[in-house]
Design a protein around this ligand. Structure first.
Ligand code: ADP
Ligand code: MG
Length: 685
């Protein structure tokens, strides 16, 4: 067995389990080993009730005095038990586990372990794990890996498979050159790999993690550099200059471009007409007005005789872009040259779209990644714009190059990352920043409240709706359980329909809905037919409904601040005063302090860096900050220092041995080409 062996080479992994692993991106033994734990369960000594802290996973020892109670609550069955110790009560509840009433016996002592919640001085645990004292004794003091899971794949299955792989595999030799390991004080590779899955001590775990984070960043940066070399000298065969239509569009906009928009538009124009093709990132906070710049570039391409494509991460967003572009082109009578291409279109619709793209009749093509699939033949593609965190990777570039196309590439992102980091992460791109919001914007008003405020929030929502505005509500998240999450959205919506005044149209949206259903809901929301939209975080990216003025986020404490900021960006997009209500389900002081940062500022860069300061580098496995820059283990905010170090080492290496031809760099060279084959295009930066 080696790292390239299929996962079925492991004992106990059959076709069925392999199919589940495939869903989390694991097909080979090597991929299994880099399927790092999401966090670790630390089995600490049980605590006295008086010492329990809210929002932390802890264990208690207690004798059960009576048989737990069971009851139906809507769709759920709930089992509850109440424990007491020195007059302090702790209530336990389990969802859909009615059999516990038979297996938990009064008079016996158990260890219950779970996240402690404290509301109005009352302690509770949802879904606590249950152990006998003997079983718990065996786990005490250990750290057990917790993997990201999918329905049907249990943590036990993953753990067992990883353990077997580590035991039986002929491991890769160390590939990082010794000078780098010494300079950066990095642990040996195989030690790091074993330790990240099965840590014995916390100190070792930190060392292991540092090593693997370094590797991940280092390989990424090296791969980017190679990519830049390949692309930066591509001769510009699509010289694009804005013409009369762009002029007309600019003068017919209902607003004037901000200074920052004008500056960035200049930068884009000089790229488009330059010697080599454009590879530019436009970074601008939510609502800074990136879309209109994309349109100006696309329209310029059309005027210069080329086609322009715009790629969005979701179908909802693609549709919305197509609509708003058509609208802006109405005045020029050019709306018919806009083509929408998405995965959920029927085969016939797609065929017709392909034909119009191939004939050149379609000039501005908007869609999801379907845009660059094999079947799409462009007549004269000159520009590709990607919106919102959809990196245009090696694979996509190569697909297009295979068709003889070398278009300009414009990447647009709202990820709030400081410039120093952006330069590293987007090393293959030139960067423009829109650092100014349109002047007509009223700053969003924010408040952080607890759950008792909900009725007031609902009355407020009713008033906003009565005034003609619209509302988003982000539903409580259910960690790691998409099925319950869906039920939650549905239940919440039903409750809300009873709570809010009659006549308000309330609909919901979640990730598992069919694309057509989602589109329908979004279109009705955009058209003002739906007043309140209850949603999971699928709404997060890029949606633009300027009439929406309230964003209410339930369980705000469960989100990273950067993500909350993205959510908040869905409101405050028009001229009406907008509001953000963060409902915290937790009384803890730290949580409040974190959320207060949002309260203080509407500046994404500031928020992300404050969050980092507050949590400190010790909180390695807490809330993932970005959720957007998806590295496997590294987090560009928390691990910013390692990112810098990796970047410096990459620069040194480039001077010393640019094509990695020295003997001591052979291992690294091989690892890098393996990474480029497997890794880079997966990243959705
Ligand atoms: P984002 O940068 O988040 O993609 P959008 O491009 O969707 O932002 O723009 C948000 C809203 O701001 C849109 O309704 C757009 O019409 C409007 N807008 C863009 N530029 C300006 C401007 N210079 N002045 C006023 N409104 C603008
Ligand atoms: Mg946008």
């Amino acid at each position: 067995m080696n790292t390239a062996s299929p996962i079925t080479a492991l004992k106990g992994v059959g076709e069925k389990t392999a199919a589940l692993f495939h869903r989390v991106g694991v097909d080979t033994v090597g991929e299994l080993l880099s399927y790092y734990p999401r966090t670790y369960d630390v089995y600490e000594k049980p605590k006295n009730f008086a010492d329990l802290e809210p929002d932390r996973v802890q264990a208690v020892t207690a004798m059960l005095h009576r048989t737990p109670e069971g009851k139906k609550a809507g769709r759920y069955h709930i089992t509850t038990a109440v424990l007491t110790e020195n007059g302090i009560r702790l209530s336990l509840s389990w969802f859909n586990m009615p059999y516990l009433r038979n297996s938990l016996l009064p008079g016996r002592t158990y260890i219950f372990r779970g996240r402690v919640q404290k509301k109005k001085e009352r302690l509770s645990m949802d879904q606590p794990e249950i152990y006998t004292p003997e079983d718990y004794e065996k786990l005490l003091g250990t750290m057990q890996p917790v993997y990201g899971l999918t329905g049907g794949l249990s943590n036990k299955t993953v753990t067992k498979a990883v353990r077997q792989a580590l035991d039986e595999l002929a491991l890769d030799p160390e590939y990082l050159p010794e000078h780098i390991r010494n300079e950066q004080q990095l642990a040996e590779y195989n030690f790091a790999l074993r330790t990240i899955h099965f840590p014995v001590k916390r100190e070792d775990l930190l060392l292991a993690r540092k090593r693997l984070v370094f590797d991940e960043f280092f390989l990424f940066i090296l791969a980017l550099r190679q990519m830049k070399e390949q692309t930066e000298d591509t001769v510009n065969a699509c010289v694009i200059r804005p013409g009369a239509a762009v002029e007309t569009l600019l003068s017919s906009l209902p607003y004037e471009l901000t200074g920052a928009q004008k500056r960035v538009w200049q930068e884009i124009q000089s790229d488009l007409a330059g010697e080599t093709v454009m590879n530019r990132l436009v970074q601008g906070d939510v609502g800074s007005g990136k879309t209109v710049l994309a349109l100006l570039a696309l329209l310029s391409a059309v005027e210069s005789g080329f086609q322009g494509a715009m790629m969005a991460p979701t179908e909802v967003l693609a549709r919305q872009h197509a609509e708003s572009i058509r609208e802006l082109l109405l005045g020029l009578s050019m709306e018919d040259c806009v083509e929408l291409l998405t995965g959920s279109m029927t085969a016939k619709e797609k065929r017709e779209a392909y034909a119009r793209i191939e004939s050149g009749e379609a000039r501005i093509i908007v869609g999801t990644h379907a845009l660059i699939q094999e079947k799409v033949q462009y007549a004269r593609l000159g520009l590709v714009v990607t919106d919102e965190q959809h990196r245009f990777g090696v694979r996509q570039r190569e697909t297009l190059a295979g068709k003889g196309l070398h278009p300009h590439v414009l990447v647009m992102s709202a990820t709030p990352i400081p410039r120093t980091l952006a330069i590293i992460i987007y090393g293959d791109l030139d960067i423009s920043v829109i650092d100014e919001l349109p002047a007509n914007r009223l700053p969003i008003k924010n408040c952080v409240v607890d759950e008792s405020y909900r009725p007031k929030a609902y009355r407020f929502i009713e008033r906003e709706v009565a005034a003609g505005r619209q509302v988003y509500i982000i539903c409580p998240m259910v960690e790691e359980n998409p099925e319950i999450e869906i039920e939650n959205v549905v239940d919440y919506t039903e409750k809300l329909r009873k709570e809010l005044a009659a006549g308000i149209t309330i609909e919901y949206l979640h990730g598992k809905m069919k694309a057509a259903e989602k589109n329908d809901i979004m279109e009705r929301f955009a058209a003002g037919e739906i007043q309140v939209l209850v949603s999971t975080t699928v709404i997060e990216v890029g949606v633009n409904v300027p009439n929406a003025t309230v964003m209410m986020v339930e369980n705000a404490e469960r989100f990273g601040l950067a993500q909350l900021h993205q959510l908040r960006g869905r409101v405050g997009r028009g001229s009406h005063q907008s509001y953000c209500i963060f409902v915290s389900g937790s009384d803890s002081k730290e949580t409040r302090k974190r959320l207060e940062i949002l309260n203080r500022s509407n500046d994404g860069f500031y928020i992300a860096s404050e969050d980092l300061k507050l949590r400190g580098p010790g909180d390695l496995f807490g809330v993932r900050q970005s959720g957007i820059l998806e590295f496997r283990i590294g987090d560009i905010f928390t691990d910013a220092l390692i990112l810098q170090a990796a970047s410096e080492e990459a620069a040194k290496l480039e001077k010393q041995d640019p094509d990695l031809s020295l003997a001591e760099h052979r291992g690294l060279r091989e690892k890098l080409s393996e990474y480029r084959r497997a890794g880079l295009e997966r990243m959705s930066l």
